[in-house]
Design a protein around this ligand. Structure first.
Ligand code: ADP
Ligand code: MG
Length: 715
């Protein structure tokens, strides 16, 4: 098996290792998936539900939201060690401890469904550790789709176990590894990071149990991971997989593991059982009353604010004029700094009421204590990709019923709660879709394809996906990768570019930019740009001082565009001695700059490992922009000649796009630009824009673009 064979490949790069071992590339008529589904729902201590009898209800019908109000009296989470023990025992999952351990012992895959807050994420890894699954240097992994959740649950578990984070309990997110090899027993990581680890260790031999958490979210990486784990299981029967999910979506997962059942193949009774077990953790808290609007809201933000204030008014019997000052309002989103995260989890100050304004990260990924009221806007930001226009953007889109239920479920944990839905009941019943669309089916697949290729999976369309991606999206991805020189005529990774790109944990377009930067002698600059593009924004936005902010921005602004402007900011930041004061004065986000420096160091290390030269182009921005073009040529746009309004069209698909007001090129409108990403509100706006010369496009991607009649470039 894998382990023995691995040494033979030590001389090869990690990618070739995965390929040479041929771990995944065998696709012909799998025999591995003959998993027969056994509904194995546990609902009373040591009494199991048997197939063929009536199944107990898994989840009941309460529903969910996006702003959270915790009760003013503190339900403090600061307890001493023994209280933590007691608190652990009070969690719904505790009653199932033995059942879970039994299932994991006897089944290759266990699916555990339990509502948010029941203790799946924080407890199950500890149970496994207590039962010895981390003995002999083995590691228990628990994946999360979100980085913030990885950090939060890892610190919580370390706290519960009374150990220092980074020792027995650690975490890994992209560009941040807080584990200690040899000491770490429970490791939280993003599913994306686990996929990357697979490139070095295709069979994930370090892990005894892998818990794929929040599977109901159906993130792109979760789905890829599940497809691959299914294959790994065939080679490593001793590996245990736990799929945990907050919703009934688990059924999709079970049928995924059950696809071969229709073929009528039978499974021998061998240890461990290959048929997945499903366990449902029961245990609702209190009743949650649902309120709907009578008329649809025209502005959900306004509606949310007034709902919050009226809840606040009603529940304070003496609505003193200063009562608003009793509100303790905190934002919660994935880019939040560690200090701000701590505030979210810390007890509410006396006499105050906490209001948490959250993205859907609080829908299931994070458990916040003491929520009594939920206000559900009915929207979330979702990624949508259109393979025809080749535009992927984040749009504020309606949520599904399943999400609405999750949101409501966040109230009523400590006492009966209320959920205010900012939409009508009629809308909920008749118009909301039952489930969300898996990310796999609404994403740009470039990164996904390259990762599978790096693992030696060449027949990507024939891959056993939990949800099949759209063929158009797949074709687009192959096309872009081909033009980037990452895959060859046979759709195999090229050497060295393709393998090197796969090695860099960034969007392939950025990775390509980095590699070209090395060839063109501006690696110093491109890694700075890559690091800056990997944070949400380096600017802080402060309301009411837009004019001052714009003036400050002008000091750094470069006529070439945002990327060069960022370099100016970075240089000035270094010159200031990395001063937080300087950041404050210049409306620069100090935390983001720290993150940029860390990421840049990591990228430097990666490029050193790849053996590529770290050179600076000094002030030659043309070389730099050429390097950017080699990565982002597919995002080229041309200003419409007769447009007064700064309208551009993408070269590839003639989509109408505009420069985002946050760009230094807003209103400057150079004739030819390339952008980094699109955000769509009333229009498609290009973010991070740089001016280019159209001849660079044909230079960078001759197959993709070719000259026609003078300077007109056609796709
Ligand atoms: P699940 O994964 O089932 O949604 P978790 O394991 O995340 O549940 O959380 C279980 C319980 O642990 C929560 O109900 C909450 O009481 C507590 N908890 C989790 N994370 C934290 C935290 N960071 N601070 C305080 N309590 C927490
Ligand atoms: Mg969880």
């Amino acid at each position: 098996m894998g382990q023995a064979g691995q040494n033979e490949f030590l001389g090869l790069t990690s990618r070739t290792k995965a390929q040479a071992q041929n771990v995944f590339s065998k696709q012909n008529g799998g025999t591995e998936e003959e998993t027969r589904l056994l509904h194995f729902t546990y609902y009373k201590m040591s009494q199991f539900w048997k197939p063929g009898t009536e199944k107990p209800q898994i989840l009941d019908d309460e529903e969910g939201g996006i702003l959270f109000f915790s009760a003013p009296p503190s339900s403090s989470s600061r307890f001493g060690y023994s209280s933590i023990e007691k608190q652990r025992q009070r969690l719904p999952v505790y009653k199932y401890r033995n059942a879970i351990l039994y299932l994991v012992e006897t089944h290759a895959t266990s699916i555990i469904v339990g509502e948010t807050g029941s203790g799946k994420t924080t407890q199950i890894p500890q149970y496994l550790n207590e039962a010895g699954w981390a003995e002999g240097g083995r590691v228990i992994a628990c994946t999360q789709p979100r980085r913030l959740a990885v950090q939060a649950v890892a610190s919580r578990v370390a706290e519960e176990m009374g150990v220092k984070l980074g020792e027995e309990v650690g975490y890994v997110i992209r560009f941040e590894d807080l584990t200690k090899p040899g000491a770490t027993k429970i490791k939280f990581l993003t599913d994306g990071v686990l996929l990357r680890e697979m490139m070095d260790d295709p069979l994930l031999t370090n892990y005894s149990v892998i818990m794929v958490d929040e599977a109901h979210e159906r993130s792109l990486s979760t789905d890829i991971l599940l497809g691959l784990l299914k294959k790994i299981q065939r080679r490593r029967p001793e590996l245990r997989i736990i799929i945990s999910s907050a919703t009934i979506e688990a059924k999709t997962m079970s049928s995924f593991f059950n696809t071969r059942r229709a073929n009528g193949k039978t499974v021998e009774a061998i240890e461990p059982r290959k048929d997945p077990a499903i366990l449902s953790v029961e245990g609702r808290g209190f009743n949650v009353q649902i309120h709907y609007l009578e008329e649809p809201a025209s502005d959900y933000l306004q509606a949310a604010v007034s709902t919050v204030l009226s809840i606040h008014d009603q529940s304070f019997l003496d609505p003193a004029p200063q009562h608003c000052s009793r509100l303790f309002v905190l934002p919660l989103y994935s880019g939040l700094s560690r200090a701000d995260q701590d505030l979210i989890f810390s007890p509410t100050p006396r006499g105050k009421r906490k209001v948490i304004v959250s993205t859907n990260i609080a829908e299931t990924s994070l458990t916040l204590e003491g929520i009594v009221y939920v206000v559900d806007s009915g929207f979330s930001k979702q990624r949508f990709y259109n393979p025809i226009s080749d535009i992927e953007n984040l749009v504020v889109a309606p949520i599904s019923k399943a999400s609405a239920r999750q949101r409501a479920g966040r109230a009523g944990r400590v006492r009966s709660g209320k959920c205010y839905r900012l939409y009508t009941e009629e809308y909920f019943v008749n118009e909301m879709s039952a489930e969300g669309i898996p990310e796999m089916q609404r994403s740009n697949l470039v990164s996904c394809v390259i990762q599978l290729k790096a693992l030696g999976i060449d027949n990507i369309l024939g891959f056993d996906w939990p949800a099949s991606p759209a063929p158009e999206a797949m074709i687009r991805a192959l096309e872009v990768l081909y033009s980037l020189g990452i895959i060859d005529d046979d759709a195999k990774l090229t050497s060295p570019i393709g393998f090197q790109v796969a090695e860099i944990p960034l969007d392939p377009m950025i990775s390509k930019m980095i590699l070209s930067g090395s060839l063109l002698g501006c690696l110093e600059e491109v890694i700075t740009i890559a690091a800056i593009l990997s944070v949400q924004s380096i600017w802080v936005s402060v309301r009411g001082v837009q004019k001052e902010m714009d003036e400050v921005k002008l000091r750094f602004a470069a006529a070439e565009g945002d990327h060069v402007t960022y370099l100016n900011v970075y240089k000035a930041f270094l010159q200031s001695g990395k001063s937080s004061q300087w950041c404050y004065k210049n409306f620069i986000n100090y935390h983001a700059m720290r993150k940029v420096m860390e990421t840049r160091e990591q990228l430097k290390r990666i490029t050193q490992r790849l053996g590529i030269a770290l050179k600076s182009c000094e002030r030659d921005t043309q070389v730099l922009r050429k390097a950017i073009t080699t990565g982002f040529f597919a995002n080229a746009c041309r200003l419409e000649a007769f447009s007064q309004a700064g309208m551009y069209k993408t070269i590839k698909s003639s989509q109408e796009v505009y420069i985002h007001p946050s760009s230094v090129l807003f209103r400057v409108n150079p004739k030819w630009v390339i952008y980094n990403s699109i955000v769509s509100t009333d229009r498609h706006y290009m973010r991070n824009v740089i001016a280019i010369d159209p001849s660079w496009l044909t230079e960078a991607a001759p197959q993709f673009y070719h000259h026609q009649r003078g300077e007109k470039v056609a796709y």
